[in-house]
Design a protein around this ligand. Sequence first.
Ligand code: EPZ
Length: 417
Amino acid sequence: MGYYTVEGGRKIGGEYTVHGSKNAVLPILAATLLAADEVVLENCPLISDFYASLEILKSLGCSVVLEGNTVTVDSVHISSCEIPEEQVSCMRSSILYLGALLGRKKEAKLGHPGGCVIGKRPIDLHLRAFEKMGVEITEKDNIFFCKSPKLLGYDIYLEFPSVGATENILLLAVKAEGTTVIHNAAREPEIIWLAKFLRACGAEIYGEGSPTIMIEGVRKLHGAYFSIPFDRIEAGTFLCASAITGGEIYLYGAEKQYMESTLEILDQMGCGQRADENGIFLQAPKRILSDFTLRTGPYPAFPTDMQPLMMSLLTLGKGTCMISETVFEARFRHVNELCKMGADIRMQGQNAAVFGVEKLYAAEVVGTDLRGTAALLLASLAAEGKSIVHGAEYMERGYEKIEDVLTSLGGKVHLIS
Ligand code: EPZ
């Protein structure tokens, strides 16, 4: 368990190259199980969730070779269909190995996934879709035993455009017999990038990025060479780090077309910004404007992962912002900790009213999930004095050495393990 010491009141700015996307590489690593031969993925983020996924692939019998941030995976000799409990419980995206293993081996055994404490995060949408496609699922002591003697394409209607369920159905459908159509599919860029990877392996997928995705099952998928696209939440995090400290920053590799809703909010806050073919530039205003409402939702709405980060920014706004968190039912765990730093936030159910204050003050605060801890780190950058932010183990799941990056951008942040 590690924590950060942060000397606040220093501008964060300069130039930074955004890493590969955590939420793109995790499903793509699961998808490598479907390829009959070698897959090479470059621009991988060297974060703990990435390393945990490599361990899952190795425990299944895959050969995994990591050189720098390029990984080569060969799943030709898969020897197991079981994802050990300890690996499942630490990472939500391990549920995606269910679809990949069933697509490859027609059987799978794994426990209920864990993940951040931002909500109960059930997997009913995944399992209901799987059963419609011919998967026999039995659950005993929170372990799922799945068999799919015959995988058949099916018309799946998702009650909610779940990212994980859409990804899992894609992984199952690409080698199912016949046609699968996912209605009310998630439209996140990570879905588009997973479909692009699967297509590079020979899958037949149409409509990704729209609410309706059609998949024609194929008998075999071959290997591919693929570069992991940029992490739009990491990019948003560093835009907010600069905005909250009155700095200006240029992010190489950030693509405006996948960040429209985040950039729109930053524009409403009065941040100057410019996008070109190489990246995005942001300049903080003298004081952030915050008289508006902010509502999270499935893409292309404002992303729930950016909600904690934006909330930190809004605590110093000129005005009052009403935030509605519509995606997860417990994603305000950072609020009380922000109030310890002088923020004025009042919660009611899925809503939080953020009354802007002039200053934040250094404090010792505790993060309990990835983006919530990132929000506390951002607030500590703006707070006067030296803060202590607990929760480094969460940060390392989604950000590569953020203490070094923020220090290189003008901050004074140290990790104490
Ligand atoms: C993915 O989680 C991301 N994780 C999350 O990022 C992100 O917040 C989320 O999508 C929404 O964009 C990864 O990609 C690894 P969902 P996922 O299924 O797939 C409910 C981060 O910080 N639901 O779209 O779990 C669920 O409870 C993480 O990087 C069901 O009810 O998200 C939630 O309320 C946090 N039944 C809502 O849907 C199901 O079967 C959205 O979940 C599945 C989901």
